[in-house]
Ligand binder design. Structure first.
Ligand code: F6P
Length: 519
């Protein structure tokens, strides 16, 4: 039996660790440092959850600017959301850890993106980058261990840091640890693409935590099934979603992440957003606006989105000249060959459609710069938003759009995005591989009668607002206390903490989490 030596999780200081931090620094030619907000769903969710907290946030130094800040030894003040520090990972290790394992192996694995006829191939090079991944994870655990003087709760984030819970547990057997996976988690058969020792290391690494969080039921279940399949000494209780291993109990639960509407709505009133909105309004003219906002990245299913648009235009010539498709696609991980090829093929697909219908009407406009103001401006204006990922842990674009849209825009949403569980009944659901169905969804979205459009748009907004980043974090801390409480016969049931089973559609029910205040 574990006897808690810690104060309750709610009373403990929070130490968050993720690969990408809340800010990143660049150095200009004159040597001046300037900061930009870190991008991605993880940063959005955590920044919301940690608002008005005293948390410490550790992240890898990913740029020269970050390394300069790390060398200064001074934490970055994030008031009113605590402070951040960078961990200076040696550059030669960082490449193997981030580009090699995180982006070329784990990302592709958890999103089912390997072209298995050819890739991956395991060889000395992949084993060397796995060593980098392991050593960087160890370095993160050591950095966390140095934060131990106030007996914190450690909140470890994402697939980059799968091994950190175990390394930290070895350093601090009694530490309170959660690990949250923001991506999908692949099923047991697909995970076996990893060589058995690496798979075992990955699962055991995560099992160093007390609580493992996932975005959706399907991913939590995949984890449990993989443990049952691959670790003979672990006892998996599928019904109560627990794993008993090494004399400890690990809870495996679902906490669908959410977003805080406040900062987003504030941004939508920013003068720069208004300026871009005017520019986009001129560009769109009388046409309806179909929008997508995605990192230019393999899981987002961008080429099939264009195939569907092309097919919609072929089936509905009456729409020629009356719709424009704005695609805001900031480049992502462009130095990795698979991602570069994907970006090129996505852009070629759009060019081919424009060539077919141009020059008088250029239906698709692609903008690849990272510009959050532009995304927020476009959110305000769409008639239809397409979010059709192959697989996605959650997808915050599907939530951000409805919160600021002013035209009761429809949302076309992949069944395979975690967000579908919360938003699906108000969206037009699509199988992301079914181009014909997606083409029909575009048509349905653009021709939707006003009363239905209004009803669905209100439903989407309500569904987004049923949760919040604070509730997301609160639920994890509550389970952390439960994980450490002596186990009662019949103990707590996981259903108490699950907001929406994956694949079902339930947007309107507040599922009983209480808001524990801000952190
Ligand atoms: O989906 C989880 C996530 O951590 C997102 O926050 C982010 O979009 C992505 O994965 C990681 O992206 P990057 O490699 O650019 O940090």
């Amino acid at each position: 039996m574990n006897v808690p030596r810690h104060p309750a999780a709610f009373e403990s200081p929070l130490v968050v660790v993720s690969n990408r931090g809340p800010v990143s620094f660049s150095v200009d030619e004159g040597g001046e440092l300037s900061a930009v907000r870190g991008s991605g769903g993880l940063v959005t969710a955590l920044a919301g959850a940690l608002f008005e907290s005293d948390a410490t946030w550790l992240a890898a130094a990913g740029t020269d600017g970050d390394r300069a800040v790390a060398a200064s030894g001074r934490p970055i003040d994030l008031a009113p959301a605590g402070r951040a520090s960078f961990i200076d990972v040696p550059e030669e290790r960082y490449l193997g850890y981030y580009n090699g394992v995180s982006n070329r192996i784990l990302w592709l694995l958890h999103h089912y993106l390997f072209d298995l006829s050819y890739l991956p191939t395991w060889n000395a090079e992949t084993r060397a980058i796995w060593d980098d991944y392991r050593e960087v994870n160890r370095q993160f655990a050591q950095a966390l261990d140095r934060e131990s003087d106030r007996q914190p709760v450690y909140l470890i984030q994402d697939y980059h840091l799968s091994l950190v819970p175990r390394f930290l547990r070895e350093l601090q057997p009694d530490a309170l640890i959660t690990h949250f996976t923001h991506t999908p988690f692949a099923g047991p058969a697909y995970l076996k693409v990893l060589p058995a020792p690496l798979l075992e290391e990955l699962l055991r690494g995560m099992l160093g935590a007390d609580v493992l969080g996932f975005q959706a039921e399907a991913w939590a279940e995949n984890f449990l099934l993989s443990v049952r399949d691959s670790l003979s000494d672990a006892r998996v209780d599928l019904r109560r979603r627990r794993v008993h291993v090494d004399g400890r109990t690990v809870l495996v639960r679902t906490y669908p992440v959410s977003l805080d509407p406040g900062p987003l709505r504030l941004t939508s009133r920013d003068p720069e957003v208004k300026r871009i909105r005017r520019e986009l309004t001129r560009w769109r003219g009388e046409a309806k606006l179909l929008l997508r906002v995605d990192r230019l990245e393999l899981s987002k299913n961008i080429p099939r989105g264009y195939m569907a648009f092309d097919s919609f235009l072929a089936d509905h010539p009456e729409w020629h000249g009356r719709v424009r498709f704005l695609s805001l696609l900031p480049r992502s991980r462009a130095e990795i060959p698979e991602y570069e090829t994907y970006a090129a093929r996505s852009l070629e697909a759009a060019d081919a459609i424009n060539a077919k219908y141009g020059p008088d009407w250029i239906p698709i406009e692609i903008r690849t710069e990272e510009n959050y103001h532009q995304a927020v401006a476009a959110y305000g204006m769409y008639d239809a938003l397409i979010v059709n990922p192959i697989f996605d842990g959650m997808n915050l674009v599907a939530m951000e759009g409805p919160l600021v849209n002013k035209r009761h825009g429809a949302v076309i949403l992949s069944h395979n995005a975690g967000a579908y569980a919360r938003l699906g009944r108000h969206a037009i659901g699509v199988n992301p591989f079914d181009v014909a169905e997606t083409a029909a969804a575009i048509h349905q979205a653009l021709e939707m009668p006003d009363d239905e459009r209004i009803r669905r748009a209100r439903g989407l907004t309500r569904a987004v607002l049923t949760s919040s980043p604070v509730r997301w974090l609160t639920a994890q801390l509550r389970d952390l206390d439960r994980a450490r409480a002596p186990e009662e016969p019949g103990g707590s049931e996981p259903g108490e903490h699950v907001e929406e089973p994956f694949g079902t559609v339930d947007g309107e029910v507040g599922h009983g989490h209480e808001i524990g205040g801000s952190f």
